[in-house]
Design a binder for this molecule. Sequence first.
Ligand SMILES: Cc1ncc(C[n+]2csc(CCOP(=O)(O)OP(=O)(O)O)c2C)c(N)n1
Ligand SMILES: [Mg+2]
Length: 577
Amino acid sequence: MARNVADVLWEMLVDAGVKRCYGIVGDALNPMIDALRRNGNVDFVHVRNEEYGVFAAVADAYLTRAPVAVCGTAGPGVVHLFNGLMDARKEGAPVIAIAGDVETMLMDTSSLEEMNPYLFFQAASLYTARLVNPAQAQSVIGTAIRTSIIEKGPTVLSIPGDVAAADAVGEPVDVSIPAAPVFRPSDSDLNRLTDMINDAGTVAIFGGDGCRDAREEVIELAARLKAPVGYALRGKQWLEHDNPYAVGLTGLLGYGGAYGAINHADLLLMLGTDFPFSEFLPGAQVRKVQIDRNPKHIGRRTSLDLGLVGDVKATLQALLENVREKTDDRFLRKYVAETESFAELKQHYVNKGPGIKPIRPEYLAATLCNLASDDAMFFADTGTAVIWLARHIKGGKNRRLFGSFSWASMANAAPNAFGAQLAYPGRQTIAICGDGGFTMLGMGDLLTQVERKTPVIHILLNNQSLDFVSIEQQEAGYIPYGVGFENPNFAAVAEAMGAKGIRIEDPDAVSDGLTEALAHKGGPVVVDVMVDPYALAMPSHVPFHTMKGYTLSAAKQVLSGRMDSLIKTVEHNIRLL
Ligand SMILES: Cc1ncc(C[n+]2csc(CCOP(=O)(O)OP(=O)(O)O)c2C)c(N)n1
Ligand SMILES: [Mg+2]
């Protein structure tokens, strides 16, 4: 049998490091899947929903930094890829989508399952190509691979079945991926930055995911400048653990002294962060410098005194050669002390947890954190799970914390954890899921996990509501509406699906239930935990409009006769309000 275009595709993807392709087959993809089978080097991960496959691929690609393929067949299969590809774009994951396309003779005739991939993928994809001629293959596949890896995001190859099955043209080509280039600002800009730092009385650092490879340099700079280090959620796992300069997170999930430090320093260094909540960043009273490898991030969240383009690691390495040591550490000590005192407040429901029913999610998360292994990988659904992950799951050198932190889609945690488990078989992998998120996407593909025997531990926050939105509604001054639903016993559902199910209703059972779940081998576990739907988390800094919203919502709830739920919220959170 002659080599066809689909063979070329898999040869090149394997050459570039692709080990898995998540997706669902279909007419347009059949020649592609047949070539994958013949190639033998790519694990085809047959999922029940393409979207689950892409969220799995995002975590797989983000954690391993290797490209991961996903596929969906023409039309509806392709459409199911979209949400996950947006996530890949925002989280910076090299995912290559193979989108089935209608036969070339049917293009632009509005035929069955036809759609225009250029228009459809425009918002998500860094590069979209439609293969209409076998002679394009090497060049467009190479471009998709290199773009995805170097620019860290999704690309799309839209391939009609007839082109995939057509004879290949030309000889096999190697896909050579250059190692990451050294990328830093010019010497003259670095000199300006050095002068600004040397002139400043107090300096604070605020870091994001761009500090992934620069932890040592950030800590060295903080030590030199006596600078408190705050972080965005995506910076937490790189900057918080074992860091005496760490002062917590800012934003609505915030804790510790980060907000104060960032807003009261003479000079703020924003490193590798595109933190979107501008109201938590200082105004003109603080001089601001931003360093990021992506020029689009520079200056779009707040005004800057200096914006530099480069990798945080390479930039700080160069900077550290010239920047002078500061001796006064009072600013640093003030915000480290504030962080320590907020930590006590944060512990309130953890300490009281054993005696409170329904179970406080703080207690659940903190217990999970203590029982999990040092190299556990944690994933949180968008929803209240992210709050508890941010506040009560401690990172570590070998721990990983991931979620849909920048795209903020629901239902990401279970597929993220599945992808991570395939990438790192046997490593402890924990998905903290909302009941809304799990029933949206996770539950159907629990069957995939049962078949694959992936030992992912799903911790379900069973609060019978879209709790995060309920909090948001109250924050904005609305009466909670459209947020409640009824649940089955998820442990029983899991057992019926062939997984292990554990139901926890009492705080006394939390520790044993989690211990049992963490020790389970040979397949997925679902821990169905009845948690307090009225738990809410206040940030360390509460913006005025948030307080105003709560007061307004409380007033409306009283007037509309919903005093009961209001009393419950207040009763349950009296220490935090
Ligand atoms: C796909 C999608 N739909 C809707 C939203 C808006 N949203 C954000 S969090 C959330 C609630 C999540 O509920 P659940 O999974 O039960 O978690 P909880 O907050 O209750 O713990 C919703 C509806 C979203 N982010 N993504
Ligand atoms: Mg919920």
